[in-house]
Design a protein around this ligand. Structure first.
Ligand SMILES: Cc1ncc(CO)c(N)n1
Length: 238
């Protein structure tokens, strides 16, 4: 398919989200990664929440697969599920090692308010939206991390002695780039034939996911939780 007119829809969305991407980079959680100063409780809260977030993210891929008419799109989602299961555990292991806890003991916790908001946002778009809307709601996740990590590499030039070296290299590295590009390309192709109304929904999903990326770091930094503890904060069976 020709990428002519709308080939820049993803760039247009990225441009519009520029203040959000900048605010994410400036957020004390991301700056705490850059400076290697994040606290143990913040790392633990992040990993507990992100483990569950990534489970939901894979379910969104599954719902995406249910809407694919093309084998290449199925292969793209399949590759992304494999990437989360097999590779995206490394940055979590990095945080766990610094916090001095095992990964297993941080799994199965209930979602805090912002993680709940973000996962429900993605799952509702996945259930109700088109494949193009699913591309849009998913894209800020790899994009914000890739850019934040690339900026940390540029600004801090972390060496092997940096406590979060692995996390930074994982997201700033070239492995993520081609996968993200594929999702951008599919979003751009979709936008070529999408109606103005659908494109507006895609735009809204992209911007809300970008805002929720900021809120997710803020949730981890402030140890955000529900106002009243009724579950005892223990892991729960799903
Ligand atoms: C909340 C969140 N956003 C993005 C990523 C990167 O995949 C992640 N692991 N978690």
């Amino acid at each position: 398919m020709s990428l002519s007119l709308n080939s820049s829809f993803s760039r247009q969305l990225r441009q519009e989200a520029d203040p959000i991407f900048n605010a994410i980079y400036e957020h004390p959680f991301v700056q705490g990664i850059a400076k290697g100063t994040l606290g143990r409780e913040q790392l633990i809260h992040y990993v507990k929440q992100d483990f569950e977030y990534l489970n939901a993210y894979m379910r969104v891929y599954g719902l995406g697969i249910s809407k694919c008419t093309d084998r290449q799109d199925i292969a793209m989602f399949n590759d992304k599920i494999g990437f989360i299961l097999n590779s995206e555990v490394h940055p979590h292991h990095n945080f766990c090692r610094v916090a001095g806890v095992s990964y297993e003991e941080l799994q199965g916790y209930p979602l805090a308010p912002t993680a709940q908001h973000y996962t429900k946002h993605m799952l509702s778009v996945a259930a109700q939206g088109t494949l193009g809307e699913i591309f849009a709601v998913l894209l800020p996740c790899p994009w914000t991390y890739m850019e934040s990590a690339a900026r940390i590499i540029r600004d801090v030039q972390p060496g092997l002695d940096h406590p979060f070296y692995e996390w930074i290299r994982f997201y700033g590295d070239t492995l993520i780039q081609p996968r993200m590009q594929l999702l951008c390309d599919r979003l751009d192709e979709w936008a070529v034939t999408a109606s103005p109304q659908e494109k507006e929904r895609m735009r809204e999903h992209f911007l809300i996911s970008s805002q929720l990326e900021y809120k997710f770091f803020d949730m981890a930094y402030t140890l955000q939780d529900w106002p009243v503890q009724v579950l005892g904060g223990e892991p729960v069976e799903h």
